[in-house]
Design a protein around this ligand. Structure first.
Ligand SMILES: *[C@@H]1O[C@H](CO)[C@@H](O)[C@H](O)[C@H]1NC(C)=O
Ligand SMILES: *[C@@H]1O[C@H](CO)[C@@H](O)[C@H](O)[C@H]1NC(C)=O
Ligand SMILES: *[C@@H]1O[C@H](CO)[C@@H](O)[C@H](O)[C@H]1NC(C)=O
Ligand SMILES: *[C@@H]1O[C@H](CO)[C@@H](O)[C@H](O)[C@H]1NC(C)=O
Ligand SMILES: *[C@@H]1O[C@H](CO)[C@@H](O)[C@H](O)[C@H]1NC(C)=O
Ligand SMILES: *[C@@H]1O[C@H](CO)[C@@H](O)[C@H](O)[C@H]1NC(C)=O
Ligand SMILES: CC(=O)N[C@H]1CO[C@H](CO)[C@@H](O)[C@@H]1O
Length: 598
């Protein structure tokens, strides 16, 4: 109270001071001659007019402010903040090659022209960002033993095909993301053969050490993964964390780092919008130089592995980000650096600190353990994950499988849950990554071995998949007869996986899904969360992740208003039921609903 009265006094003081000043001013004017007095009168008039005009403007401004409807806050979202990413395995998406009339053979491998031919489909289902897995010339099936980083592998087509694809995707306002593989090259890469021969700067492009050809396998194995392999040309061992056909690049070499940056520039100049680095171990690699080798050998005996500041991976990432930023010359030209990382908060935070735009993880694993291995319910694990999410949540990329991992429906929960999991992915804050075919409910080919089992041809139609006129490079999944784009589009059923996926993309466009905050609730197997942006309708997403029906009241469980509207449902409303008067519900297993409230 005392404080308040002090403030009052302060106000009074100011007021008196003001009057006193005015008084002094008048006294002064009385003491001057007539001409000067006239001038003073004029000045007074001007001041008075100015004063009145000022007040009028001030009042007008206040009136306008009160009368104009308030515009709710709209954040400046970049393309990578708001769009779903459609991930394409090029060899399995669409083969454009025609069967040779004489040999009756084609290659049965998807290609860039095939992607071009399917752009209308991709646009129709709301894909504004395409991510095409490695298409570079390489000497392995995975296309990660790269022979030439700036050359399109001819099984996918030519540079002309790429330029054409970029031109057309630009016209369709689509972004394009490519792979960037900085850890190693293929052995057939020119850099490696020059390094084998110790040609100039190439001598140190890879990690070499003297070793005994008789015993190297035993005494130089790094603890854990990776190894050294004796090279007969250079008569030394080279280091490789993966298989011996993929020698690790020596990232400590400034020349190597420069080469990698010019590869980024090469593709940026071709109009690429971002890069994806598949690496769960960038930070782990960092301790390599600090690792003790079997036989008691340490760092100091392997100069090549001496860990220096240059080798800091955060620095590497920052350097790549700087290259990308140099292409960000005006709004809309922003470039993205995307890393697939181990799914724990510390790791994702390290990547964000290094400037990575999106860190891609799977929402259905916790610290590397797969859901199936755990006793906790699906709903509980997702709840924990969402509640623990840190402030970078909005830049997390959610993926359900990719070329290196099982399709979601197989690894976890079965095809019956595909639609609720697509709902989850589309309505979380963050960036959904849709691996080709998930939108129609494609599953692993269970009689094939990994990785082929999740790389089967895209299922376009019921007449042999529509992927290729030739024998496909990998067996198609027999379920293409029912699970395919054409059938799911043509049928009268409005709840096919494809149609539900498409509606989810439309729903996602709403402001509250774009930048709204999230609150998470759970009632047994029923996972619920709200998304709400200031000034826009809010949404409640409710997903039954269990195996039996659940009942209750959304109002009671989450406190959302009783006035609601059902705007999305994964299934035809058979015997699930939501009462619009009091928000009570009965929700079937593997069903999801989205409710809108004001
Ligand atoms: C990669 O291929 C391009 C195009 O064929 C060629 O100009 C370039 O010299 C090659 N680079 C390397 C390192 O082999
Ligand atoms: C890079 O190397 C790491 C192992 O150090 C591996 O996990 C990752 O898959 C590699 N990335 C690619 C694209 O090969
Ligand atoms: C690692 O390299 C730095 C500078 O290049 C050197 O000062 C240091 O002694 C080296 N450490 C070891 C263990 O060889
Ligand atoms: C993450 O970092 C914190 C603080 O540094 C540490 O307490 C915690 O154990 C770390 N978590 C993991 C999974 O490494
Ligand atoms: C799951 O629960 C069963 C029985 O309670 C227990 O034997 C098993 O070890 C648990 N598995 C895990 C991964 O916790
Ligand atoms: C918002 O969601 C509704 C469904 O509730 C959908 O019809 C509409 O297209 C969405 N998009 C926008 C921009 O409002
Ligand atoms: C063998 C070796 O150099 N080990 C070191 C690895 O790094 C840790 C922490 O920086 C040191 O404590 C070890 O001595």
């Amino acid at each position: 109270m005392k404080h308040l009265s002090n403030e009052d006094e302060l106000e009074k003081t100011k007021f008196i001071n003001g009057r006193e000043q005015q008084h002094v001013h008048l006294d002064f004017s009385r003491s001057v001659d007539q001409t000067r007095l006239g001038r003073w009168k004029k000045l007074r008039l001007i001041l008075l007019v100015g004063f009145l005009v000022g007040w009028t403007l001030l009042i007008a401004t206040v009136v306008i402010m009160v009368l104009t409807p308030k515009h709710p806050f709209r954040p400046d979202l970049k393309w990578y903040d708001k769009n779903i990413v459609y991930e394409i395995l090029p060899e399995s998406f669409q083969d454009s090659s025609v069967k040779d009339v004489h040999t009756k053979k084609g290659d049965g491998v998807g290609d860039l022209k095939g992607i071009l031919a399917r752009l209308d489909y991709l646009k129709d289902i709301g894909s504004k960002v395409l991510y095409i897995n490695s298409i570079y010339e390489s000497n392995d099936e995975d296309h990660k033993a790269i022979v030439n980083h700036t050359k399109i592998d001819e099984i996918y087509g030519s540079m002309e095909d790429f330029v054409e694809l970029r031109k057309v995707t630009k016209e369709m306002k689509m972004r394009l993301i490519m792979d960037f593989i900085p850890n190693h090259t293929g052995k057939q890469n020119q850099w490696f053969s020059k390094s084998q021969k110790k040609e100039g700067k190439y001598t140190d492009y890879f990690i070499w050490t003297t070793c005994d050809p008789q015993t190297y396998r035993h005494d130089l194995m790094v603890i854990g993964r990776g190894a050294w392999t004796y090279d007969d040309t250079r008569k030394e061992c080279y280091f490789h964390q993966l298989e011996s056909d993929k020698p690790d690049l020596n990232l400590r070499s400034a020349d190597v780092r420069q080469e990698l940056e010019s590869i980024l520039r090469f593709w940026l100049d071709k109009g690429v919008d971002g890069f994806h680095v598949q690496d769960q171990h960038l930070y782990e690699d960092e301790i390599l130089g600090n690792e003790t080798f079997v036989n008691g050998k340490t760092d100091s005996e392997h100069q090549d592995l001496n860990r220096s500041d240059d080798m800091n991976h955060a620095k590497l990432l920052k350097a790549w980000k700087t290259v990308l930023e140099s292409y960000n010359t005006k709004p809309g030209r922003e470039k993205a650096l995307i890393v697939t990382a181990k799914d724990d908060l510390n790791t994702t935070k390290e990547y964000f600190d290094a400037g990575v735009t999106i860190v891609r993880v799977t929402p259905l694993s916790v610290s590397g353990a797969s859901l199936a291995e755990s006793n906790t319910s699906l709903a509980e694990r997702i709840e924990t994950k969402l509640k623990n999410a840190n402030s970078n949540f909005k830049k997390i990329g959610w993926m359900y499988g990719d070329k290196y991992s099982s399709r979601l429906t197989n690894s976890l929960v079965g095809p019956v849950q595909i639609k609720v999991l697509l709902t989850l992915q589309a309505t979380l804050p963050g960036v959904p990554f849709n691996y080709y075919g998930n939108e129609i409910g494609m599953t692993d080919h269970l009689t094939l071995s990994a990785p082929k089992k999740y790389r089967t041809p895209m299922q376009w139609n019921s007449k042999g998949t529509g992927f290729s006129q030739n024998t496909p490079w990998v067996d198609r999944n027999a379920n293409y007869i029912t699970i395919n784009v054409e059938t799911e589009k043509a049928t009268g059923d409005e709840y096919t996986t494809l149609k539900v996926y498409k509606r989810l993309q439309e729903l996602r466009e709403n402001e509250s899904f774009q930048w709204g905050t999230m609150s998470v609730y759970r009632d047994g197997d029923l996972l619920m969360y709200t998304r709400k942006a200031d000034g826009f309708p809010g949404y409640l997403v409710a997903i039954n992740l269990g195996t039996s029906r659940v009942t209750g009241s959304f109002h009671a469980a989450t406190g959302i208003p009783k006035e609601i509207k059902v705007v999305f449902h994964t299934h035809k409303d058979d015997n699930s039921a939501i009462s619009l008067s009091d928000t009570s519900y009965i929700l079937n297993p593997s069903h999801a609903v989205v409710l809108e409230y004001q």
